[in-house]
Ligand binder design. Structure first.
Ligand SMILES: O=C(CO)COP(=O)(O)O
Length: 257
């Protein structure tokens, strides 16, 4: 981290019914100290059916924890059964939306082109995309991971201008580190996050790239967060498993202060 404000985002994935989500949000709210918000942006991304209730908890408590969605569709409305539009997220008060998560790419056929359309739709609706990129173990072992991730970044931002991209977030999540307990070392994560920032600089210029946040995700927890967050191009974390326990999540937030 440098002078960029860190962002700690929890990706709850497909966990927590509405009532469970409210309990977890309340625990996070109770433990969140008001002055932290000056130093770190915090966001949780529950399942879409939980968003309104979770947002309600933080609003009621005046806790500066934002909410984000885990997915969105790029069309504004219409016959797209099962999908959710940017406007729907905006009305609920979503500030962020994860797109291109590797689980969506692998299990639900999300493509670079689809991620790009979603990024454009979110930016147009003033919701900050959290664009996930990251290589499989096979690509890492081949040694082509930097090219692979850089290509994902270029594809996600194709046709998007510097001014529009400035508030977007990129999350580097090596697939081999997700849910495996095998975290990338701070040096491994920094190498790729620096390459992502260099790619953003090619696309949008140095100044915009220096202001954009690049997160690391993949088995990040309260034990390893501080070392990862100390790296110059890692501006926060996208946390899966450890975001489902308030104490762990809040400890990661503290590591970013
Ligand atoms: O996929 C992730 C966040 O989006 C990371 O998940 P874990 O923290 O459970 O490895």
């Amino acid at each position: 981290m440098t002078n960029r404000k860190p962002l700690i985002a929890g990706n709850w994935k497909m966990n927590n019914t509405v009532s469970e989500a409210v309990v977890l949000a309340q625990e996070i709210s109770n433990g969140f100290e008001k002055d932290w918000a000056e130093l770190v942006d915090v966001c949780v991304c529950p399942p879409s059916v939980d968003l309104k209730a979770v947002r309600g908890v933080f609003l009621f408590d005046h806790t500066k924890v934002a909410v984000g969605a885990q997915n969105v569709y790029f069309e504004p409305k219409g016959a797209f059964t099962g999908e959710i539009s940017v406007d729907m997220l905006v009305e609920i008060g979503c500030e962020y939306c994860i797109i291109g998560h590797s689980e969506r790419r692998e299990l639900f056929g999300e493509t670079n082109e689809g991620v790009n359309l979603k990024a454009k739709a979110l930016i147009a609706g003033h919701v900050k995309p959290i664009v996930c990129v990251g290589e499989s173990l096979a690509v890492r072992d081949e040694g082509t991971y930097l090219d692979f991730v850089r290509a994902q970044v270029r594809a996600a931002f194709a046709g998007i201008g510097a001014a529009e991209a400035a508030d977007a977030v990129v999350a580097y999540e090596p697939i081999w580190a997700i849910g495996t307990g095998r975290t990338a070392t701070p040096e491994q994560a920094e190498e790729v996050c620096a390459a992502i920032r260099a790619t953003l600089a090619e696309l949008f210029g140095e100044e915009v790239a220096e202001g954009m946040r690049v997160l690391y995700g993949g088995s990040m927890n309260e034990g390893n967060a501080a070392l990862l967050l100390a790296m110059p191009d890692i501006d926060g974390g996208l946390i899966g498993g450890a975001s489902l326990k308030a104490v762990s999540f809040l400890d990661i937030v503290k590591a970013a202060l």
